[in-house]
Design a protein around this ligand. Structure first.
Ligand SMILES: *Cc1c(COP(=O)(O)O)cnc(C)c1O
Length: 373
């Protein structure tokens, strides 16, 4: 398939190099957008059309656009990393493209061809490449592709028109001053997703439903919420935006890395899949199985469960220190990041920043290195 041609409409007044340097010195997460964004339109009968790179700015939406009423919205999240040779690469963007198409199917939206998804990232990065932080550290340019239903009218049915867009936002290291464990709220009343629902799709609606339990967790001093399955309120599902891993220590010193399997309503994280592969590369036994909330609490109590961590694109790998619930709280291990967690985190981030070999061919160049003079 030949690459679609993106029309580039350059920003008339982009951020000055000085302003950009200020932002890149302390980007935080999701606070600053780059100068441009991508938009592509879909119309039933015509297909995808008008691929454009345009100045970042407000969208004009008719108030009866279907997304505002029935919530047909999906998104992705991935990062672009400056490589040591100056090129810009992303981590498994083809997997994001595939998942985006899968989310579209679940929400009865138009599927964006994977090639167009990848091309949209390259088109935006080619124009905003100077917003990609320097190589070597954990800074990156976070990319946010999303799609909304734009057909006008209040009838309840799949929209016949969609807007696909990509935003880019510089992201600093998630942990400044060393990796620190977070507290997690084990939620026993509200659930994130049910079998047959939208848990396996990356849609805004899942996040809307997570905000109330998230606020409850925050009241208990927790940064994230871990959910149980909707049917039995027994089995660990995942957190609001991170998959979960558990390190069990056998009496003979053997280590088992366990994560909830994908039979239920778990979002198939690309970081999750990569952690499983890297752990196997490192000779760690990995099992995908059901893990109950009780196994978590009991495992901490009897010392068999020595590490727990969450993983996702934004925070990469985050150790979990204390888990709180309505019946009390327990602290995993000594409350410090464990060795398996840190080893996996280092192995994964080294591949992403181009500091380690990439045996699985995960890195994909989106903008080539500048020609050397
Ligand atoms: C995006 C997301 C994740 C993490 O997925 P990655 O592909 O690793 O970034 C985990 N859980 C939920 C609910 C998510 O939306």
């Amino acid at each position: 398939m030949s690459a679609p041609q993106f029309t580039v409409n350059p920003h008339p007044a982009p951020a000055s190099p000085q302003r950009r340097a200020e932002v890149l010195a302390d980007p935080g997460f999701g606070r600053h957008m780059t100068d441009h964004m991508v938009t592509v339109r879909y119309t039933e009968g015509t297909g995808w059309h008008d691929p454009q790179v345009v100045p970042y700015g407000p969208l004009t939406l008719d108030p009866s656009s279907m997304v505002l009423h029935y919530g047909q919205e999906i998104f992705e999240g991935l990062k672009a990393y400056r490589q040591p040779d100056g090129s810009i690469a992303s981590f498994r963007p083809d997997a994001n493209a595939r998942r985006f198409a899968g989310s579209a199917r679940r929400l009865a939206m138009a599927e964006l061809p994977e090639e167009l998804f990848l091309e949209s990232l390259s088109a935006l990065l080619a124009v905003d490449s100077e917003w990609v932080p320097a190589a070597g550290g954990e800074d990156s340019l976070y990319l946010r592709p999303f799609m909304i239903a734009t057909e006008v009218g209040l009838g309840v049915r799949p929209s016949s028109e969609y807007l696909y867009a990509v935003l880019a936002s510089p992201a600093g290291p998630y942990f400044t001053g060393g990796v620190k464990p977070m507290n997690v709220w084990l939620e026993t009343e509200f659930t994130r997703a049910a079998l047959g629902g939208t848990g396996t799709a990356k849609c805004g609606g899942n996040y809307a439903a997570s905000l109330l339990p998230q606020a409850i967790g925050a009241k208990h001093g927790c940064a994230q919420v871990a959910y149980l399955d909707a049917e039995e309120r027994t089995w660990i599902d995942e957190m609001g935006s991170n998959n979960l891993f558990f390190v069990f220590q056998g009496e003979d010193g053997s280590v088992e890395l366990a994560t909830p399997d994908l039979r239920g309503s778990v979002l198939a994280g690309i970081t999750r899949d990569s952690v499983i592969a890297i752990a196997k590369d490192l000779g760690i036994t990995v099992v995908e199985r059901r893990i109950s909330g009780k196994e978590w609490l009991d495992g901490v109590a009897d010392g068999r469960l020595t590490e727990v961590f969450g993983c996702g694109t934004a925070a990469v790998i985050t150790p979990i220190g204390t888990v709180k619930h309505t019946g009390g709280e327990v602290t995993v291990g000594d409350g410090e990041p464990g060795p398996v967690t840190l080893q996996l985190r280092e192995a994964l981030t080294a591949i992403q920043r181009g500091a380690a070999p990439d045996p699985h061919g995960w890195m994909r160049t989106l903008v080539p290195a500048p020609a050397s003079v």
